[in-house]
Design a protein around this ligand. Sequence first.
Ligand code: AMP
Ligand code: GLY
Length: 422
Amino acid sequence: MRILILGGGGREHALAWAVAKSRACTALFCAPGNAGIAEVAECVALPVEDGAAVAAWCAANRIEFVIVGPEAPLVAGVADVLRAAGIGVFGPSAAAAELEASKAFTHAVASACGAPMAAHAVFDEAGAARAYLAGLAAAPVVKADGLAAGKGVVVAETMAEAEAAVDAIFAGAFGTPRAVIEERLIGEEASLFALSDGVTVVPLGSAQDHKRVGEGDTGPNTGGMGAYSPAPVMTAAMTQRAMAEIVRPAVAEMAHRGTPFVGVLYAGLMITAEGPKLIEFNVRFGDPEAQVLVLRLGSDLLEALQAAAEGRLAELTLDWRPEPAITVVMAARGYPGAYETGSEIRGLAEARAIEGVTVFHAGTAERDGAVRASGGRVLNVSATGTSLAEARARAYRAVDAIDWPEGIWRRDIAWRALERSS
Ligand code: AMP
Ligand code: GLY
């Protein structure tokens, strides 16, 4: 089968790495890809958010199956265009991608199906939002509705901070002036991934990531500086509970609305004293969470994604390796603010030679025979081990083998999980 993956980050390298191992994969393309992906796939330049252009390229290149990595093409309806053109595609319709595109929509779906979420209210007008804040006993979480690349959420420590966040939203800082004001949930965060064919839902494992740029989870938010799987807080019983109370009801509600969810549903959860509560849904694999999930999957990923796309998940059983996995993000100095590109990265072969280590590329490009940084998050140095401590030691040995003076990374990925087990 001839396959195209859309995207060019560490998540897509992880997906390409796993798909390339499948017997059914006869040719693999990736748009735009990166220097690491180029080792397992042919990288092509395509406007990935333009469904008609992607479909035309697929027809010309006899592509039979497309795997969509990031949310932007999904929200733009690329999966719909491909499906209408008769091309197999893994990824939800634009209507189902609303679960990520709109927090107000997610709240409506969760309310309709009884999935536990924070108490909340949605406002289209600043005066009403401020009046609501005035009636709250504790500082809430203020979110801009819509995609804001992780920057639209303020977990307010004080009421003044909450008011400032509301003012920013209605000043138009995040596009649509719509605010979601939520009760602040207390507990431990974890992510649960599930494959859905619209009807049947199969859990894909759990992970925790580190969103802040600095050690000790300090500093500005990023796309994620590292992750590990499984999340210790997601015991088998907690996973079962979250599947039964949140993920399966939401998938059933989407089917009931006539917009079935086909793809990977990523539930951001808070594990509170009362049980799991939904913080948000994403409609794609996490980045860097996909990197740790694929390292733990024993089954053929391509078969699983195809089964989801074709409504055959009821026939599927997945094997998982018991070893935990970790990934450490190496980013360009300055990230998540301004950073430079073009610096040379050496030592990748030495890093990869370490037992249990896989290096996924994110923002890299090859130029003049050298691998160079071309983005904010640049490498995902990943490892498995018999314990999380061993996996982490291997990953950091690999990080130390990489010669890239322009890089920054955290040395404390998985600190919470390791503290818990010691
Ligand atoms: P979101 O973009 O909805 O994932 O929010 C970003 C981050 O804000 C989450 O990963 C949480 O750490 C935090 N957060 C969001 N909603 C809540 C909430 N209701 N209570 C506590 N923390 C939250
Ligand atoms: N690592 C967080 C995300 O992919 O949304």
